[in-house]
Design a protein around this ligand. Structure first.
Ligand code: F6P
Length: 360
């Protein structure tokens, strides 16, 4: 995210726009004061290689209330802000588009409440410009191939799995490793392939392999049969990845401790559970994330300049290696539709929504 802020700040400055940072996310927008400050070229020096976010972030209950958002609008107007570049997941981007929809009505209201003078409000009567950048390790946003942070989180997971493999191979142990990703299996799937894991549990069930077992819901037998065959073929270790949102065919969550019990009881494997937790969300950003955040941050500024009061708010994405703009509302709506399809067990539909070429 720091690379994205750096790019937005520096490209804005070269185009004669004054960039401000809102510290602590929507909380800073509601609090105002020194939480909204201009950023200079120098302020963002060296931010490319720093993990996390230097301007902070926070979950904000007040922003969910009308009064909270009214105060936020007042703070933006008072600071002279008429465009926002938001970097976050579907929740943060929805919040931003919501604010845009309310903007003119809220500016009016603030004048009526005498919290803004006519003079202060006049330059802000037209629409607030919103541009979304997608920052999420989960890579769960529709209409973009990759979200900012996902590649670095994948890198962290792979480093951890490589380390775990040393013990697993030496002691011929089994490890059940839980990875993040909410309802999206991207991190788990990519890590499983990149690190040679032996079994994977996803939130989205894969196309059926071993139909007879899956049809009966008996993943335990299927997993144990395959893992024991692998051991007989000479595999000294067993790595099972459980995505945090993994579910079985009956939509029951699959928990790492349960998988451990199955491996211990049925196969007599010496098994340990490792939950990678927030290790996955930190550390030095990988090269690709720095690149992605930079080219998308630059495009966000172009989008700020080109967005008119009538154009739908854009979200900056990447598709087939090209930076793209798509209507933010559509991308968020499609992301929510995927979650709904998963919730009603329609995994095929969920995969089609994620990847239109899924069937071919
Ligand atoms: O959405 C990103 C994510 O890291 C998920 O993968 C995970 O479920 C969640 O956030 C963790 O959130 P928190 O840091 O609030 O525990």
């Amino acid at each position: 995210m720091n690379a994205a802020v750096r790019a937005v700040v520096r490209v804005a400055l070269t185009k004669g726009i004054t960039p401000y940072a809102i510290y602590e996310g929507y909380q800073g927008m509601v609090d105002g004061g020194d939480k909204i400050r201009p950023l200079s070229w120098e302020d963002v020096g060296d931010w490319l290689a720093i993990g996390g976010t230097e301007i902070g972030t926070a979950r904000c209950q007040e922003f969910r209330t009308v009064e909270g958002r009214l105060t936020a609008v007042r703070n933006l107007v008072k600071s002279g802000i008429d465009a926002l570049v938001i970097c976050g997941g579907d929740g943060s981007l929805t919040g931003a588009d919501f604010l845009r929809a309310e903007w003119t009505e809220f500016v009016d209201k603030l004048v009526k409440q005498k919290r803004l003078t006519e003079e202060e409000a006049a330059p802000y009567r037209s629409q607030l410009t919103i541009v979304g950048l997608v920052g999420s390790i989960d890579n769960d946003m529709a209409q973009t191939d990759l979200t900012i942070g996902a590649m670095t989180a994948l890198q962290r997971i792979c480093e951890a799995l490589d380390s775990i493999k040393s013990t697993a191979l030496s002691h011929q142990r089994a490890f059940v490793v839980e990875v993040m990703g909410r309802h999206c299996g991207w991190l788990g799937l990519m890590a499983a392939i990149a690190c040679g894991a032996d079994w994977l549990f996803l939130p989205e069930l894969p196309p059926p392999i071993g139909d007879e077992f899956i049809a009966s819901g008996d993943w335990e037998t299927e997993m144990c049969d395959i893992l024991s065959k692998e051991r007989k073929l000479g595999n000294r270790k067993t790595i099972v990845i459980v995505c945090e949102g993994a579910i079985d065919r009956n939509l029951k969550p699959i928990k790492p401790e349960y998988v451990k019990d199955v491996l211990t009881k049925r196969l007599n494997f010496d098994t340990r559970v490792t939950c990678l937790g927030h290790v996955q969300r930190g550390g030095v950003p990988c090269a690709y994330d720095r690149y992605l955040a930079t080219v998308q941050g630059a495009e966000a500024v172009n989008a700020v300049i080109e967005t008119t009061p009538t154009t739908p708010s854009p979200m900056i994405g990447i598709s087939n290696n090209k930076v793209i703009r798509v209507p933010l509302k559509n991308a968020v709506a499609q992301t929510k539709e995927v979650a709904k399809a998963i919730a009603r067990k329609d995994f095929k539909r969920a995969m089609e929504l994620r990847d239109p070429e899924f069937n071919s």
